[in-house]
Design a binder for this molecule. Structure first.
Ligand SMILES: [Zn+2]
Length: 505
């Protein structure tokens, strides 16, 4: 803790002195780890607000985010010192308000918070370290004198400082060579009871150092110089590069990508999914042979199945009322007999896209994670058991395999359907039945004299007199699924019953 000189104290008002004492005692009392950020290089000149995000955007889960340069006006909240300074800085600033610093922070007033636009070299307020590991950090720029005038940042170097009880314990920079976005490790999980644990300092660093460390480790393994696969297609993702902060962008550094490419190559990978544009950069491929070695194969995505799915509102996920287009979602509906032609049309531009690129071969995914052509129907995969066209195609498929009804212990093809959705009703049928049910249950106007009487049997039933109620009515409210056929062993022996076939028809 630094000392307060008498000279300084004389210059400040009692209010300032009181504030200084509050800040000092607050700083002394806290046991916590915080982190602050600033830009130490920026091009072109701009004031910046500094943000962070974590998760989502291709990494799974819900994305979180925050801002170093947002200062909530509600000071009743348990606050981090909004000065963003260590104890010595804070005292200096309070005791010696400095005209020069006024221009270094442009304050934009919001309803619940002030937003600080920082000049190069000015630290942000501190934020609690939290319990995350990685954070993607990005800056937005404005003109030095005008928060309303956006400035596109072309190059920036961020600096981060981790403070424990207001004292610096770690400090590192991360460059954003082609924009203002980078990713850093701020291992909040390695903080316990407001103190950083031993591993913390080793982990706290930017993606450039992390990716380089990983690459060097992989390339130092005894077998690193041996042959790497070329003919087997081993594909992974290499994404996160971009020059603007946006969906999935984690760094603007091609050096980081180059480190990653070399690490991937050591893992035997020789192709990339969703090929990033920079892989097409001939100069970069020349400079980084590992990147060149990732361009044997690629995999991306076509526009899905070559026939339309059942309609569904994007916002609500609800299905519009029937009727819909003919055979929507059904792969075997005669309306889609042109689907091979349609698929060809969709694939052709993809083939053209890869002409002249370094990729030797390209795989195009119709749908992610295997998927099913039936998923486009209202019944989902159960569609195959409810649809006459799909059932007919299923029987054809079995016939092609040389199977006959006897192989299924039935006399003819009639009861043979895909078991997926065997007892399911079609969406259309379900809607029809629901509408009929609503009509049936609608309260009817009662006319005097038409009030239903209560029969003797019903009275007995209500009183629980055994046997008074006919057995078939005991299950009132439950309807038998007419499509269910219980084949007795004898039926099966006899090759299935005609009755069963009839019930299924
Ligand atoms: Zn179908």
């Amino acid at each position: 803790m630094n000392t307060v000189s008498i000279r300084s104290v004389r210059q400040v008002s009692p209010l300032f002195l009181a504030a200084a004492i509050v800040v000092l005692s607050f700083l002394q009392a806290r046991a916590e780890v915080t982190v602050r950020a600033r830009v130490v290089e920026i091009e072109p000149e701009a004031r910046v607000r500094i943000f962070w995000t974590w998760g989502g955007q291709g990494l799974g889960g819900t994305p979180f985010g925050g801002e170093w340069t947002e200062v909530p006006l509600d000071t009743a909240k348990p606050l981090m010192p909004s000065t963003g300074m260590t104890s010595s800085d804070a005292l200096d600033a309070l005791l010696m308000p400095d005209d020069k610093s006024a221009g270094d922070v442009l304050i934009e007033n919001g309803k619940a918070s002030d937003y600080h636009w920082l000049a190069k070299g000015v630290w942000s307020p501190e934020l609690p370290i939290g319990n995350l590991y990685y954070r993607t950090v990005y800056a937005r720029g404005c003109a030095p004198g005008d928060a309303g005038k956006a400035v596109a940042i072309k190059h920036a170097v961020f600096e981060f400082e981790v403070l424990q009880d207001g004292e610096s314990v770690a400090k590192f920079t991360e460059e954003s060579p082609s924009g203002a976005v980078c990713t850093v490790v701020l291992p909040g999980r390695m903080v316990k009871d407001g103190k950083v644990m031993p591993g913390f300092l080793e982990h706290a660093r930017g993606l450039y150092e992390l990716s380089r460390w990983r690459m060097e480790w992989m390339e130092s393994l005894p077998w690193a110089g041996k042959k790497l696969p070329r003919r087997y297609e081993i594909i992974s993702n290499l994404s996160g590069y971009g020059t603007d902060h946006g969906y999935g962008v984690r760094t603007s550094s091609l050096k980081v990508m180059s480190h990653e490419a070399r690490t991937m190559r050591q893992m035997g990978i020789n192709g990339v999914r969703h090929n990033p544009r920079f892989l097409m950069d001939a100069e970069l491929r020349e400079r980084c042979p590992a990147i060149k070695d990732l361009t044997y194969f690629t995999m991306s995505r076509t526009g899905g199945y070559p026939f339309p799915g059942a309609p569904r509102a994007d916002s609500t996920g609800k299905r519009p009322p029937l009727p819909w287009g003919e055979g929507v979602g059904c792969p075997w509906h005669p309306a889609h007999s042109n689907r091979v032609e349609q698929a060809r049309k969709e694939v052709e531009p993809k083939i053209a896209e890869y002409q002249g690129t370094p990729f030797v071969s390209s795989w195009e995914l119709t749908v992610d994670e295997i998927g099913s052509a039936f998923d486009g129907t209202a019944e989902g995969k159960a569609h195959q058991g409810t649809c006459q066209h799909c059932t007919a195609k299923f029987r054809e498929y079995l016939k092609d395999k040389g199977l006959i009804p006897r192989d299924f212990d039935v006399a003819d093809w009639e009861p043979i359907r895909s078991t997926f959705g065997y007892f399911e009703k079609s969406y259309e049928q379900r809607m029809k039945e629901e509408a009929e049910g609503r009509e049936r249950d609608r309260p009817k106007l009662m006319v005097p004299g038409e009030m239903p009487g209560v029969s003797e049997a019903q009275t007995a039933g209500l009183l629980g007199v055994e046997g008074a109620y006919p057995a078939e009515k005991a299950n009132a409210g439950m309807s038998r699924d007419e499509t269910v056929v219980d084949l007795s062993d004898a039926d099966v022996e006899a090759g299935g019953s005609a009755e069963a076939a009839k019930a299924l028809a």
